[in-house]
Design a protein around this ligand. Sequence first.
Ligand code: HSE
Length: 401
Amino acid sequence: MIQVAVLGYGTVGSGVVEVIETNKADINKKAGEELNVKYILDLRDFPGDPYENKVVHDYNIILNDPEVVIICETMGGVKPAYDFTKQALMAGKSVCTSNKELVANHGPELIQIAKDHQCNYLFEASVGGGIPIIRPLNYSLTAEKIDGITGILNGTTNYILTKMDKEGADFEDVLKEAQEKGYAERNPEADVEGYDACRKIAILSSLMCGKNVKYEDIYTEGITKISSADFKYARQMNKSVKLLAMSRDTEDGFFAMVAPFMISKEHPLYSVSDVFNAVYVHGNMLGDSMYYGRGAGKLPTASAVVSDVVDCARHQGKTIMCFWDAENVKVTDIGDAKRKFFVRVKADQKEAAMKAFGSLAEVSVGIAEEFAFMTQVLSEKEFNEKIEQAGGCINRIRIMA
Ligand code: HSE
């Protein structure tokens, strides 16, 4: 029997226990041995819970129990998860986590410690919830040079943008409703400002190039400036607005960013709606492939954690190769990145905008106070110069090619 401990009995932690219990026959068969949750670490007690007698408050009980060989870290945050994970790995216990913050901050170090102690640090649930994306990048697409990843990696913002698109509602109203329904946190900053998607694309980018992409180096813009008027224009152009997290490995350098983009109906990410996530991967031999599913939520995320537990059970005493070195990647400044931009200025700026941008394509939805247009392909630097010459704008959204 393989003894497992779960750190944190919150949404994902309780999901892990539920997945192991619900699918025990299948999971045990696939793991090759019976899995048993021996301990659940939490500060709280859970009177009446079917697993209340497994709850412990002292991490040392788990750390010092030689029977426990796999630990699920579902606490979130860097402290104390970092110390607990390090201690577990140094004791030769494998750790499976959903904690993107910890993985984005300390991934290469923890992977190396696992390697040094013949155990594993696995993090399938840290990106895209239940969608298998870490495993495909790490084990399946090993014949590829992956040169592009574009993802919708945050369920909360995708839900908000989908509602704004379908209902013509404004950001603040939809956010309020999403908070009431529990789809958005009371403090929504990490989601709506793009920080959550930034950490996730940092993890995927690191796996893409086998080195460390620091999330602090990734240009990040959230969705708080997107309005119902932007969606009116987008619809007029057969497009929608999505928060995209992307990275590209090009001859000119490594490039990554998170920002709202207008994407057209033909793009496979256009139809990814509500809380769903998707990751669109380009490999030099395979071409495009896409991974789609529930990017958040108790059971989908827990399912990904348990899939890692099964992998650890199958590889006891062995480290599964994971190419993510500590060497930092130089992330190129986005100033040279080229694309078209959708722009809204005040009606009285029309002439100045036409002079600054030269060739442009007007987009009209009957908002008399505004002049809206699509630019030619420009670098970010060129765009910033021209929009300054035109006297600034109401909003601008990048267009996905
Ligand atoms: N807040 C995250 C999201 C949860 O909305 O996608 C999953 O990481």
